[in-house]
Design a protein around this ligand. Sequence first.
Ligand code: IVH
Length: 708
Amino acid sequence: MSAERAPSELNEQEAKDELAHLAGVLGKANTEYHTDDAPRYSDADYDKLKRRNAEIESLFPELKRPDSPSDQVGAPVSAAFSKIEHKVRMLSLGNAFTDEDVIEFAARVRKYLGLRENDPIAFTAEPKIDGLSLSLRYENGTLIQAATRGDGQVGENVTANARTISDIPHFIKDAPKVLEVRGEVYMSHADFDALNAAQDSKGAKTFANPRNAAAGSLRQINAEITKQRPLLFFAYAWGDLSEPLAETQFGAIERLSAFGFSTNPLTRRHETVETLIEHYREIETQRATLGYDIDGVVYKVDDLTLQSRLGFRSTTPRWAIAHKFPAELAFTSLEAIEIQVGRTGALSPVARLKPVTVGGVVVSNATLHNADYIAGRDSKGEPIRDGRDLRVNDWVEIYRAGDVIPKVRDVDTSKRGPDSTPYEFPKTCPECGSDVVREDGDSVAYCSGGLICPAQAVEKLKHFVSRAAFDIDGLGAKQIEMFFDDEALPIKEPADIFTLQARDAANPIAKLKNRTGFGETSVNNLFDAINTKRKIPLNRLIFALGIRHVGETSGAMLARHYGSWDGFFTAMQYAAGKSGPAWDQLNDIDGVGSVMATALVDAFHTPNTRDAIERLVAELDVQDVAAPDTSGSKVAGKTVVFTGTLEKMTRAEAKARAESLGAKVSGSVSAKTDLVVAGPGAGSKAKKAESLGIELISEDDWLALITS
Ligand code: IVH
């Protein structure tokens, strides 16, 4: 699929294929959203697909399909409800995503009506409620029918369900003989939370967001269930009418309000595009405190005579447009800053937010990265957010893109109270009270407590049993948390995993097999799984130790270099002073920089960490890494130096190959050097080799030597 390419780059066949694909995808998405109340795409992603479809159609109008998604509103009705044909079609709205789109909309309206630039024209602006639309038919003041939008032409008969909604009057006074009131059924945040909590405690399905909850609640076969659901209704439009409601949109809304309907209190009337957009911004900042979801602002031409002159395109009115909020942005209040301590002791600040729906997902936490990020600086000390810092109780803008962890994008400092104070990053670990240290040039602060810090200990254990490390069947993150706090059979450090069976056997009372969730078989399986992992390859063990900066690849490189646990452990002791041959050798290993070397040596020199490692290794049978087969190698045991530019391979590759053939690669030329491989531009090292009488060869000679 050419989804990543600009529509203008598509040829006719590709455009045709993609339109067919999009018709399928969007058709399915429509059914999931409207009929099943279980959308797979976020609103933003859905809009993106729909826009792409429209763009391709505008470039290849002759390829527009009869079942084009551009001509569809909603989805066909569910077979569970009887059908109602709408006397006046229930339409959708065109979308504006930028201020420019709104300016263009106003210009299009003027042009269509033949107005000049300075001729006045008024628009209403009101929140776009994120619920589902409903049409209510009153005859002689009595509610006789309620229908969902369906496909715009035919909707579902939900009359009994609608009658249970407290906001919907059953009778209205002084109304036209025929009156169809249209509006949005929605659920407030508070009611949504309570409903989900109740569903959860019953073991029933919970809803992804308030819109789904509202749709699922209204479209119940049994209206008794709808009655128990706290649904609300805002009226904002009308369908069939026996006489006009008013001369203006604003006046018509006032009438609906007088009939007893709830209408949105943020509805305004403006005469310029600038003031419309100002109102949009105001509504956007209030979004999180409204207590219900909105996804944009709807602008409508106020004069109803002009509305009828403007009329409709296939599925949208020319006289209205929805100015959507960027789906992944929302404002909310930063209620607290909490610090999480990871397995390496890194302190990660997390924002606790007043829950807000961002692109269909309720967000209540966001990452704050590190102390600098909170203070308004990046890792280089440059200002971010123009240097604005983040404080508890600030009004912040949240950003969420796809599945990425939500971030705090900006802060509205004008909403700061007089008592607001800058956030102070903790100087001691919130989990264990140890000092927090932050090295120069490092953006991350660390707890210095090591294994005495319970947060680090438990996260380290989870890492220890993870897939790429010990990978013990039946002992995952959940079980680690349980055992960590277990009083009779605690697992506080890796060695405890391997003594669990013996401790269980020695404990006459608190036997594991008698616990809930454990039976004799599962306990035996667990012990077997643990015992099979006593035999462990050196690379896995090194990685499993969870030393800062030592990942799976570096674990393997260290293992290959040192070959055995004893070789590795002894070298770490010798490197302790951070100078001397053992230290140099460690730094010389491909892929090990001074940062990782320091972390390794420090880990083996922190007494409680080293003791824990020794207790663990005493339980294990660590498998050596087979030394590379260097028989037949002409360079085995030789010390080689590479200098100058290598043209056939990178330095790293040359070094790795030399080492795999049993050579030792060094960075500097000395009396111990056996061979210098010099490429173009070789300077002082080549000269030194010459002066010491060391063999000097070209890259090609080297290749011939190792491949012959
Ligand atoms: S006016 C002819 N006003 O948005 C169009 N619609 O994307 C009449 N919606 O189907 C619709 N809030 O379900 C209008 N204040 C509002 C709205 C609103 C939410 C929904 C409605 C419509 C959809 C279009």
